[in-house]
Design a protein around this ligand. Structure first.
Ligand SMILES: CC(C)(COP(=O)(O)OP(=O)(O)OC[C@H]1O[C@@H](n2cnc3c(N)ncnc32)[C@H](O)[C@@H]1OP(=O)(O)O)[C@@H](O)C(=O)NCCC(=O)NCCS
Length: 139
């Protein structure tokens, strides 16, 4: 899948196209949930994802997210970002929409977020049902 967006942006789910150096640079320094994440781990997570969606402009990686799924019961959305200079013009919604509307079709989509509930709410995410539990071994 390759899809052009207005403004010269492009979505692509080709894993080989992901610029792991750029994704690691953002996640390890700017993402509150992944500060200091080693490059090898980012590489492993990209390669091991059920699906990745990259956002590109003139060949440059300007956004990313990844999906992990068993293809039936759940899909987990993670590491969603758009570079700061390109935010606020709908690219975050386009990126997440691509992730959840194509690829795995699970019964339940899950994610963690500190403050981007507004973004995911636009795509149908809401508070967890009473059936959902979480175990956090490290707090
Ligand atoms: C979250 C992020 C991907 C949104 O990207 P974006 O391209 O600016 O998103 P959009 O322009 O599509 O905005 C979509 C909507 O979500 C809202 N939104 C975006 N980021 C938000 C945030 N952190 N908290 C609450 N709402 C947010 C916007 O207000 C916007 O709503 P509006 O159009 O009604 O104003 C981007 O801000 C980002 O990369 N942030 C740093 C990393 C991060 O926090 N990722 C999410 C981890 S769960």
């Amino acid at each position: 899948m390759r899809r052009a967006l207005p403004g010269g942006f492009e979505l692509d789910d080709e894993v080989e196209r992901v610029d792991v150096v750029a994704v690691h640079a953002f996640l390890s320094t700017d993402a509150y949930w992944a500060l200091g994440r080693p490059r090898a781990e980012v590489e492993r997570l990209v390669r091991g994802a059920t699906r990745v969606v990259g956002l590109y402009r003139e060949g440059r990686q300007v956004g990313f997210c990844r999906v992990v799924s068993d293809g039936a019961s759940f899909a987990y959305l993670a590491d969603v970002y758009v570079l700061e200079e390109f935010r606020g013009r709908g690219l975050g919604v386009a990126l997440v929409r691509e992730a959840v509307e194509r690829g795995p079709r699970p019964r339940s989509w899950l994610l963690h977020t500190r403050d981007a509930q507004g973004l995911y709410g636009k795509l149908g995410f809401g508070p967890p049902s009473e059936r959902l539990m979480e175990l956090r071994p490290n707090g």
